[in-house]
Design a binder for this molecule. Structure first.
Ligand code: SF4
Ligand SMILES: [Zn+2]
Length: 314
C-alpha cells in the first residue's frame, strides 16, 4: 500500500469531512486559564492564556480542528479587547500573556488592526506576549503591533514537519523556505519565534513520526527559533478520522512524545516543550500513565531529562 492516498488532501476535501462548528459569542473567549512555563531566564512563571474567538483561519490544514470555535465573518472592532478583558478579570495575575486565536493574529480579518493599540495597552503589565501566525501574515502588521508593545513579543508559527511530501499534503501552503524567511524577518526586528512541531502527522509510521519530529526540531533551531513545542497529532476534525479508516493515520503514543522531548531537551539549543493537552488519549496503560504525565511535566518545567518510568507495558 502506498504511503499516500490516491486523492488530494486539499482544502475542499478537508472541509468536506468536517462536522459543525460550536456556537460562539464574539465577546467571550472560548477558553482562558493559567499555565506554568519555563522562561527564557530559567525561572518557572505563570502565563495567562486566552483562546480567542475570531473569524476562521483562511487555511484548512489537514490536522487542524481550530475552526470549530470560530466565526464565519470578521468580529467587530472592540470584540477582541473585550474578550481579553473578560479573561484577565477572571484570571489571577501572571507575568506572561499568551493569545491564541485559532489562526493568525496578524490576519486583519481575524484581529482587526484598529484593535492593536487597545490590545497592546492591556498587554503592558506583562513581561512577554505570545501570539500565533501563519508565515503568510508575517510582515508589516507584526512591526506595527510590536512598536506599540513595551513587552517582549514572541510569535508562534506552525512548522509542523520538515518531511516535505507530508508538509505539502497537510495543505499548510507553506514551504520550509517560507518558514526560514519568517523567522529571519522576525529576528531582525527583535521578535522571537516559537515553532509548533507535529508528532506523527498522517502518512508516517510511529518510528518515522519520532524521527521527523526530531529532524523538525533540528531544523527549527537552525532557522533561529527560540522555543519548540511538540504537539502529538490527535484526531477530531473529520479528515483525520477518514484517513485513519483508510490506514493513513494513527495517533502517536505517549512513549514517542517522551522520546522526542528527551531528544529536543538534550540538544541544549533552546527550550523544548511537550504539549500535554488531552494527554491521556495517547496512553495505553493505566498503570504508568500518571507517572509518565508527571515526568513530561517535570521535563517541560526543568528542561532536564528525568529517569524513565518503569512499567512492564514497554
Ligand atoms: S494555519 Fe494554523 S489555524 Fe490555520 S488551518 Fe492551519 S493549523 Fe489551523
Ligand atoms: Zn505501563
Amino acid at each position: 500500500m502506498s504511503r499516500f492516498p490516491d486523492f488530494r488532501t486539499d482544502g475542499r476535501w478537508i472541509r468536506s469531512q468536517r462536522g459543525s462548528k460550536s456556537p460562539v459569542d464574539p465577546f467571550i473567549p472560548y477558553g482562558y486559564f493559567n499555565e506554568q512555563e519555563r522562561t527564557f531566564h530559567g525561572a518557572v512563571e505563570d502565563a495567562n492564556t486566552i483562546l480567542l474567538i475570531n473569524r476562521e483561519c483562511p487555511y484548512s490544514c489537514l490536522m487542524c480542528d481550530l475552526w470549530k470555535n470560530t466565526t464565519d465573518e470578521p468580529v467587530p472592532p472592540g470584540a477582541i479587547p473585550a474578550q481579553i478583558e473578560y479573561a484577565l478579570s477572571r484570571l489571577h495575575a501572571a507575568r506572561h500573556l499568551k493569545l491564541y486565536n485559532s489562526g493568525s493574529f496578524f490576519d486583519p480579518n481575524a484581529i482587526p488592526v484598529e484593535d492593536y493599540p487597545k490590545i497592546a495597552s492591556m498587554a503592558e503589565r506583562f513581561d512577554s506576549i505570545l501570539v500565533e501566525s501563519h508565515t503568510a501574515f508575517i510582515g508589516d502588521h507584526c512591526l506595527e503591533f510590536k512598536n506599540l508593545l513595551g513587552s517582549r513579543l514572541q510569535v508562534a508559527i506552525g512548522l509542523e514537519t520538515v518531511h516535505t511530501e507530508v508538509l505539502e499534503r497537510l495543505n499548510k501552503q507553506m514551504t520550509l523556505d517560507d518558514f526560514k524567511r519568517a523567522v529571519g524577518f522576525l529576528g531582525e526586528n527583535g521578535i522571537t519565534t516559537r515553532a509548533f512541531i507535529l508528532l506523527r502527522p498522517p502518512f508516517l509510521s510511529e518510528e518515522e513520526g519520532v524521527e521527523w519530529a526530531c529532524r523538525s526540531i533540528d531544523f527549527a533551531f537552525q532557522a533561529g527559533v527560540e522555543v519548540c513545542s511538540v504537539i502529538p497529532v490527535r484526531a477530531g476534525n473529520g479528515a483525520l478520522e477518514a484517513l485513519a479508516s483508510g490506514g493513513f493515520h494513527k495517533e502517536p503514543s505517549i512513549d514517542s512524545l517522551e522520546r522526542v522531548l528527551e531528544y529536543g531537551i538534550g540538544l541544549n539549543a533552546g527550550r523544548v516543550f511537550a504539549d500535554l493537552w488531552d494527554l491521556e488519549r495517547f496512553s495505553e496503560c493505566d498503570r504508568c500513565f500518571e507517572s509518565r504525565r508527571e515526568r513530561l511535566e517535570r521535563m517541560n518545567l526543568s528542561q532536564e531529562a528525568a529517569s524513565r518510568t518503569d512499567c512492564n507495558c514497554h
